[in-house]
Ligand binder design. Structure first.
Ligand SMILES: C[S@@+](CC[C@H](N)C(=O)[O-])C[C@H]1O[C@@H](n2cnc3c(N)ncnc32)[C@H](O)[C@@H]1O
Length: 191
């Protein structure tokens, strides 16, 4: 396991901090890798709301996810900025994996203004104790989305949220970057 594989680090942190996830959101389903990771981590009890604006991505994810797990996933062909139209529960985990669908039309990709709206809703919906993970691929838009969302995260109320940023330091400047937000259980928690 290499330290520059941020997906491994993301999954390690999820497993360490969340033991029992009943409701999760994959805000960018793509080929389904994050959803599959969540299913592997949390088993047949988890319900995952999985969003993608491309039917092609949903079809690809459906064929990658084992048929016995399809009942655990609500596939939603809509933008993640409307998560509150579909999810009424408080999710313990929300993942964003930004950019474009690998091996497809690079013009269809996440946009900072819609991702920001989704993230704003996500921090409010998240169950206390829960996590939001955001994987950034900065090369696709000269880091515009990364800069805008990082600023949103930077000013989150520190008594309600803790956020970390994992940024490979001796890699290509376009190497992925990972931000993880934790919503605290108690407002007066100090650790
Ligand atoms: C980098 S890919 C996600 C990779 C995926 N998590 C995986 O593991 O395979 C980004 C995905 O976000 C989707 N997307 C772009 N804008 C979106 C939006 N507003 N709402 C939901 N999905 C969006 C794209 O269609 C694309 O499939």
């Amino acid at each position: 396991m290499r330290l520059n594989n941020l997906i491994d680090i993301q999954n390690l942190i999820i497993k360490t901090y969340l033991s029992d996830v009943k409701v999760a959101i994959d805000a960018t389903l793509g080929n389904g890798k994050d959803t599959i990771n969540m299913l592997e981590m949390f088993g047949s009890e988890v319900k995952i709301y999985a969003f993608d604006i491309q039917q092609q991505a949903i079809d690809s994810a459906k064929s990658a996810i084992k048929p016995e797990y399809h009942k655990n996933v609500v596939f939603i062909n809509d933008s993640h900025e409307y998560i509150d139209n579909y999810v009424t529960e408080k999710p313990e985990l929300i993942t964003f994996n930004l950019g474009y669908l690998p091996k497809s039309d690079h013009v269809i990709k996440t946009q900072s203004y819609t991702t920001l709206r989704a993230l704003d809703k996500a921090v409010n919906m998240l169950k206390p104790g829960g996590l939001i993970t955001i994987m950034f691929y900065v090369g696709h838009d000269n880091a515009r989305e990364y800069n805008n969302l990082s600023e949103f995260v930077r000013i989150l109320n520190p008594s309600t949220f803790k956020a970390i940023h994992i940024n490979p330091v001796n890699q290509d400047q376009n190497a992925p970057k990972l931000v993880i937000i934790q919503k605290l259980e108690e407002k007066n928690e100090t650790k």
